[in-house]
Design a protein around this ligand. Sequence first.
Ligand SMILES: *Cc1c(COP(=O)(O)O)cnc(C)c1O
Length: 390
Amino acid sequence: MTKKKHFETEAIRNQTERSQFSEHSTPLYLTSSFVFDDAEEMRASFAEEKQRNLYSRFTNPNTSEFVSKVVAMEGAESGYAFATGMSAIFSSFAALLNAGDHIVSCRSVFGSTHSMFTKYLPKWNIETSYFKVDEVDLVESLIKENTTILYIETPTNPAVDILDLALIGKIAKKHNLIYIVDNCFATPYIQQPIKFGADLVIHSATKLMDGQGRVLAGVTVGKEDLIREIYLFARNTGPAMSPFNAWVLSKSLETLAIRVEKHCENALKVAEFLEENKNVDLVKYPFLKSHPQYNVAQQQMKLGGNIVAFEIKGGIEAGRKFLDKIKMCSLSANLGDTRTIVTHPSSTTHGRLSEEDRLEVGITNGLVRVSVGLENVADIIEDLTQALSN
Ligand SMILES: *Cc1c(COP(=O)(O)O)cnc(C)c1O
């Protein structure tokens, strides 16, 4: 095996073998299937005696290139690419769980992940117990005889809380649980959960990995034996990433490091600006000293990420008014785009939850989430300034 190069180099040079045309940039292999020379080659390929592409639901040169980059970036052994982040999450759980298993998860997880836990997995008698971000000391007491998976996201959405990856990893190891981390908000450039004991790392590549708001995509990477189960499940049930999306994403990853650097530089400036604004009560950004888990963030993250949360004075009404006054930033449900996006979860994405349920995941009435983009930061701050003025 060749020695792993640095993060940026792997993202650029980890390429599919060139075709007879000696192209510099990997072409798009828009093909559903692949051909065999003879019966023996076909037999050996299906018997997996020979590693090669058979059918694009299984593997494709573009999806394999994308996966091998993410595997290198996360320090994983293997991986599989999915059509969306949610299909990566659902397929990974479905492949590894048996009816009657139990999951322990942080309550602050992506909304659809929580719906999977509460609405769908119980159909197979799979229950989930939750701990809140500030209840990590309760995790062990939630583990039961039939617990098989320990699941977290950090930083959390939308409240930007931080969970201690190493501490939770130790608990997972002690109880022999599969430790799964949704690393979407951080990206492997900022944080590599496998270093802290994660067995599997999942991404919605829709977010910062593409970073330009073009494609939906997901990926799971981690331990070889677990990925093998997930791969077999996926190859039979069909949530594969399209070659086109993989081609787009593989090019996006070439610039992930410099994009994330700039996102974080802009986000820190936005966070510092917000801390000084008189209409803002509280700012949450992992690399602000005022963040409750600042020390943990410093230990496990290289930079603070691109998401800033803040509490606008005046609650729900003030949050709605703020959105209406925004001129340049986008009101959109996405995040991790070149374009700065602002959302007010309590009146939009989490509007159907009761106030009590919202508070469980840190969504206060005045919470605003900013996904800081790559525009000139002075223009972002100008827009936020005028929208916050009364
Ligand atoms: C967006 C998101 C997902 C779901 O990803 P899709 O690509 O939209 O299916 C999962 N987890 C987190 C943290 C996300 O932000």
